[in-house]
Write a protein that binds this ligand. Structure first.
Ligand SMILES: Cc1ncc(COP(=O)(O)O)c(C=O)c1O
Length: 498
């Protein structure tokens, strides 16, 4: 395994090393714990300004055939390693953005490489099944030992999908079919002639005017259906026809939380009341409420466990399904495997959607009535991907082997206290620090956010933003305290340059 891992390192441009500026050296390994990957770089390295000449040339080449206007950096994934992402000019950055929060266990993780090279993976890749029609003999085993092994408490079934938006859309479809099935009086009741006819004309009652409620600033994806529940930025939604669905207010909390406990509780109460009012009064009946445990793309907006418990009660009371979108928060990032594990719910969510760090996608559910009453109502060609399910199984094995959820909780606490120190020192640059006790799912606001993100590369860190003014940290689960030390020093360096 180690040999496989090292083989990727051999590709490093050793001739350039003399020109490379190692930004932080061993003294920064203050937090003395064993690195998970002995071959991982000990610090970022800068060889050129970023982007360097090779990156610029490669971006120009790519621009001829592919829209590069959203380009952040072109990477060399052969040379990327653990928490470090390499570019084409010999720069190696500590990556706390991790492919928009989707790399769980490090670049070129040796265990995942082993999974990738297994005969099972080769079979899954070259004989990709149409899962609804022709699943392989071992699909149940792959699910049981992988995706379902990680199932949230109380949920024991999965519908697999292709991406986060797809996971949400299929969950919405399940919610609508469930709603109408209940209205009709059960799974056995046949559709009426009128329903069969009107649905072909996109008209009610066959295509009913039902809705999914989401929250202001929410992000649930960019496909047609999911986009109607996304409320983060106009640019995501412009020109796309949308459903007439309600949006509830999401709490706007004041920080530090301890100093605003009463106000924040009142704000959450206000949002819950408005949510319930909208459910009762919206002209298109609400089949489900979808919520992110932490609104991520929308600016890292948090709410308390009490708020989410309240939401669960409201959905129960009003016979509305409760969908928790764990696409970004799931798989360990908040210091629990699922972020909603922080809430101590009395009854589990009806559906939990996942993707990103799972490297596959889908929704978990428990109630068998959420399976549509007939086949082919929830269906597509691939319905997921066994190859990606095998990777998720490998990720789960790696998380268990290295106790990565515990690591993320502990590293997150350590990082948060470091950031609290910096927030005291630089209050104008580090505002509304949030994510305490939420692993490494940490963010803060800063007035010169975009400049902050650009300057981060100059000190050897790849870092992302969310919403209008937040710097968001989304490191991998293999991010350790010595990486946190480097990050803290880098944040201070950036602030000093602003
Ligand atoms: C909470 C949440 N839901 C859904 C999505 C959409 O996932 P995808 O981009 O894989 O479609 C995202 C993506 O950022 C997300 O953060």
């Amino acid at each position: 395994m180690a040999a496989i891992f090292r083989s990727s390192l051999r590709l490093r441009p050793t001739t350039r090393l003399s020109a490379v500026r190692t930004l932080t050296t061993t003294p920064h390994m203050r937090a003395a714990e064993k690195p998970y990957f002995p071959d991982e770089p000990s610090a970022p390295k800068l060889a050129t300004a970023i982007p360097g000449p090779n990156n610029k040339a490669a971006a120009a080449k790519l621009d001829k055939v592919f829209d590069v206007r959203s380009l952040n950096m072109l990477a060399d994934y052969y040379k990327s390693n653990g928490n470090y992402i390499a570019d084409l000019d010999g720069n190696v950055l500590l990556d706390v953005y991790a492919q928009i929060a989707s790399i769980p266990v490090g670049y070129n993780n040796p265990h995942l490489r082993k999974v990738a090279e297994s005969p099972e993976m080769v079979n899954a890749l070259i004989n990709r099944p149409a899962l609804g029609n022709f699943p392989s003999h071992d699909w149940a085993d792959i699910l049981d030992t992988g995706i379902l092994k990680a199932a949230p408490k109380g949920l024991n079934q999965v519908f697999t999908a292709l991406a986060g938006s797809d996971a949400n859309e299929t969950a919405y479809k399940a919610a609508f079919m469930y709603y109408r099935q209940r209205e009709r009086g059960g799974a056995e009741t046949e559709f009426t002639e009128e329903e069969l006819e009107t649905t072909m004309k996109n008209q009610s009652p066959g295509s009913p005017q039902l809705s999914i409620m989401s929250f202001k600033s929410a992000f649930h994806g960019r496909l047609f259906g999911s986009l109607s529940t996304t409320r983060s930025k106009p640019i995501h939604k412009l020109d796309i026809p949308a459903f007439d669905w309600p949006q509830a207010p999401f709490p706007s909390l004041k920080y530090p939380l301890e100093e605003h406990a009463q106000e924040n509780a009142q704000e959450e109460q206000r949002c819950l009341q408005e949510t319930e009012r909208l459910i009762k009064e919206w002209h298109n009946p609400v089949a489900a409420v979808v919520v992110e445990p932490i609104q991520s793309e929308g600016g890292d907006n948090h709410a308390s466990p009490a708020f989410f418990r309240g939401l669960r009660e409201i959905t129960k009371r009003n016979n509305v399904l409760f969908i928790v979108d764990e696409v970004q928060t799931g798989v360990g990032a908040t210091g629990k495997f699922w972020a909603h594990d922080h809430w101590n719910l009395e009854t589990p969510p009806d559906m939990v959607t996942f993707s990103k760090k799972a490297q596959t996608a889908g929704y978990y559910y428990g109630n068998p009535a959420l399976r549509p009453n007939k086949p082919y109502r929830q269906f597509n060609t691939w319905m997921g991907d066994p190859a990606r399910a095998l990777i998720f199984r490998g990720i789960i094995e790696e998380i268990e082997r290295l106790n990565l959820v515990e690591n993320t909780a502990a590293t997150g606490d350590y990082l948060f206290s470091g950031l609290e120190r910096l927030a005291k020192q630089y209050p104008e640059h580090l505002q509304n620090l949030r994510g305490k006790g939420q692993g490494t799912f940490i963010a803060w606001d800063t007035p010169k956010r975009d400049e902050f993100l650009v300057k981060a590369k100059g000190v050897g860190v790849n870092i992302g933003g969310s919403g209008q003014s937040a710097v968001r940290l989304r490191p991998m689960l293999v991010f350790q305290k010595h990486h946190a030390d480097i990050l803290l020093e880098s944040v201070e360096k950036i602030i000093k340059q602003l």
